[in-house]
Design a protein around this ligand. Structure first.
Ligand code: ZN
Length: 186
């Protein structure tokens, strides 16, 4: 780990003793935590204004977090869309077991968290804890193909592409990385 890191954590509340919210896109708060020399230097909670959004909350949430300039995200689950945005912004994702925000920070500092290489969690809903068969039972080749037709937006400046936020046209969307207007990929 570098000396200085800024991380985001999905939280059920605005207190460090609150639990991590397993629903990344739908958590009520994000904690933005600055770590320097393996110590928490600064912590703040920001409201996740995307939590109530009808659709595309994962993408909007990812943008909110990216705007804070974080280097990494700690979450229990990150869906494919948010995962896509994070990987293009070179924001690392670390998975953790459910725990409090404070514990997650400690585990991160201790180097106990693993970097996620694939999206986890369901596309359209939060986890309810009873999906014992997660990841199994899906037929071959259906993995990422069972999404509805997806509009994607593209930034010509930094070559970032991402799914269009629900109900928005790409011309209304600014690139989360550089702020330029985006274009629809035809
Ligand atoms: Zn851009």
């Amino acid at each position: 780990m570098e000396n200085k890191t800024k991380i985001a954590i999905s939280s059920t509340g605005n207190n460090l003793d609150n639990d991590i919210d397993p629903r990344f896109g739908r958590c009520p708060y994000f904690f933005i935590i600055e770590i320097e020399d393996k110590k928490t230097k600064h912590a703040k909670a920001i409201e996740n204004t995307a939590a109530q959004q009808a659709g595309g909350a994962g993408i909007t949430s990812a943008q909110i977090v990216a705007d804070e300039g974080v280097d990494a995200v700690i979450a229990v689950n990150v869906g494919p869309r948010a995962f896509d945005v994070f990987s293009q912004l070179e924001i690392k994702i670390y998975n953790t077991e459910p725990c409090t925000v404070k514990q997650a920070v400690q585990r991160f500092i201790a180097g106990e968290l693993k970097e996620a290489s694939t999206p986890t969690g369901p596309m359209h809903m939060g986890m309810s804890g009873q999906n014992s068969g997660a990841g199994s039972g899906i037929g071959k080749g259906q993995g990422l193909r069972n999404t509805q037709e997806e509009t994607r937006c593209f930034c010509e400046k930094c070559k970032l592409s991402m799914p269009a936020p629900e109900g928005k046209d790409c011309s209304q969307v600014n690139c989360p990385k550089c702020g330029s207007a985006m274009k629809k990929i035809e």
